[in-house]
Write a protein that binds this ligand. Structure first.
Ligand SMILES: [Zn+2]
Length: 439
């Protein structure tokens, strides 16, 4: 990102025509850079805001005109001079103009390439070639992405705060029983932050949009691994502890993250040509690891329904989590309510915002449930099961992270270097013109 240039001085021979006489005065212009809002890679630019000062001769020394002074005053010259000054003020913009900050223009759905369009969202689109700074600034402007950004940025800080409180009360360094929780807490901080960044920078270009969401999917995929690690250690029903599934729960979950990231990234390649297939594939990519992770919980709930509840303190939080997880999935797949009233929920209330909120509230209940199970089952689990190993917790996270980064790099390379990836771009675009005016 370029720094804003400093003010610079220009000596300028300023021609004035008064009373039919051409006058020339040497003046010094103070030229200030102004922010143009970043249309087409512009940004800080010279010449929008200038102030002239007298020549360096000192205050009070007027411009040297090459004609007698009386001619300025002749034949209504004073009125004309005032008029000229007013026009000059318009041309050179007064310094107060620098204080007015111009927000980037927003666009309607038919003005942006197809790859940027969202079902049922008609207006509030950002420029599809925004600079990184524009993207950051746009999070303070009301666009159709603003609430998406904040509904995951603020929860990141909430989860970081909860994590820091746990750091002060638990010994994450030496007590291996807490390591599954450590991994889980890291990942519930990571996924909303990555999502928030993806929504912020997704309008830098079509390629950037896809890569941003590759990272978003990768983070969600790793979150599912974090769930598996914590569920395998704290949520597993008593009768399943030390079974084959318990011992292989985390390795299978690592494999699931690869399936999840691959399918979800691949679904972006189908988005324009086969939107329905793409949506089904992406939904399945996230539903599948969710169902796998929750198998132990489903069994515990089943046992509870059968009347043999054990360690039931956490079950109410688990149930709230499942309700919000169901809502999250429903909103993601249905595109309600904007599908019923396109254009009505462009800025506030569309399905992706509700999806974010439900996901975060669901994660909050899940965290409470994991903490409750961890505390209430501590004695029983330590007595009947092996303590969590470094390899099975932090090691699994490291392996999952590296493999998923490899997949994201692979899909990004296909996107950037494959000669024909027109499926990711739209041929029927109507790019916003480069001379769009700031609003
Ligand atoms: Zn999102």
């Amino acid at each position: 990102m370029k720094r804003a240039p400093r003010r610079r001085d220009l000596d300028y021979f300023f021609p004035v025509k008064i009373c039919g006489y051409h006058l020339v005065g040497k003046i010094k212009l103070k030229v200030f850079p102004v922010w143009r809002g970043g249309r087409g890679g512009q940004g800080w630019a010279w010449g929008r805001c200038m102030r002239w000062e007298e020549d360096g001769g000192g205050a009070g020394q007027p411009p040297r005109f090459d004609c007698p002074v009386w001619c300025i005053l002749c034949r209504g010259g004073r009125a004309r001079l005032r008029q000229a000054c007013q026009r000059g003020g318009g041309v050179f913009r007064l310094p107060t103009d620098m204080l007015s900050f111009k927000l980037p223009q927003l666009f309607d759905i038919h003005q942006v390439p197809r790859v940027f369009r969202e079902d049922g969202i008609i207006s509030g689109y950002r420029h599809p070639r925004s600079s990184a700074l524009d993207c950051i600034l746009s999070s303070f402007q009301m666009t159709n992405e603003t609430v998406n950004i904040w509904t995951h940025f603020l929860p990141t800080w909430y989860f970081l705060w909860r994590f820091s409180v746990l750091c002060s009360s638990l010994d994450f360094l030496s007590e291996s029983y807490t390591w599954p929780l450590l991994v889980y807490m890291l990942l519930i901080c990571l996924y909303p932050f990555t999502s928030s960044c993806a929504h912020t920078f997704s309008t830098m270009s079509a390629e950037a949009r896809h890569i941003c969401y590759f990272f978003d999917y990768g983070a969600l995929s790793l979150y599912s691994l974090g769930c598996a690690i914590s569920y395998g250690s704290y949520v597993m029903p008593d009768c399943w502890v030390n079974t084959w599934l318990h011992r292989h729960f985390v390795p299978i979950a690592i494999g699931n993250t690869l399936v999840c990231t691959s399918l979800s990234c691949y679904s972006r390649f189908l988005e324009l040509q086969f939107p329905r297939k793409s949506k089904v594939l992406r939904t399945a990519a996230f539903v599948y690891p969710f169902i796998f992770d929750n198998i132990p919980l489903f069994y515990r709930l089943l046992l509870c329904c059968g009347g043999s509840c054990s360690h039931s303190e956490a079950l109410s939080s688990h149930c709230y989590h499942l309700i919000f997880a169901f809502l999250t999935c429903f909103l993601f797949a249905s595109h309600l309510p904007e599908r019923l009233a396109p254009g009505r929920f462009d800025y506030i209330g569309h399905s992706h915002q509700l999806f974010h909120i439900c996901a975060v509230v669901g994660t909050h209940f899940q965290m409470e449930a994991v903490l409750a199970d961890m505390a209430s089952r501590r004695g029983w689990l330590i007595a009947h099961s092996a303590v969590p190993s470094f390899l099975g917790t932090i090691g699994a996270l490291a392996v999952g992270f590296l493999l998923n980064m490899g997949l994201i790099a692979f899909f990004s390379a296909i996107l950037l270097f494959a000669p024909h990836h027109t499926a990711l771009h739209s041929s029927t675009t109507s790019q916003p013109s480069s001379d769009c005016k700031d609003q």
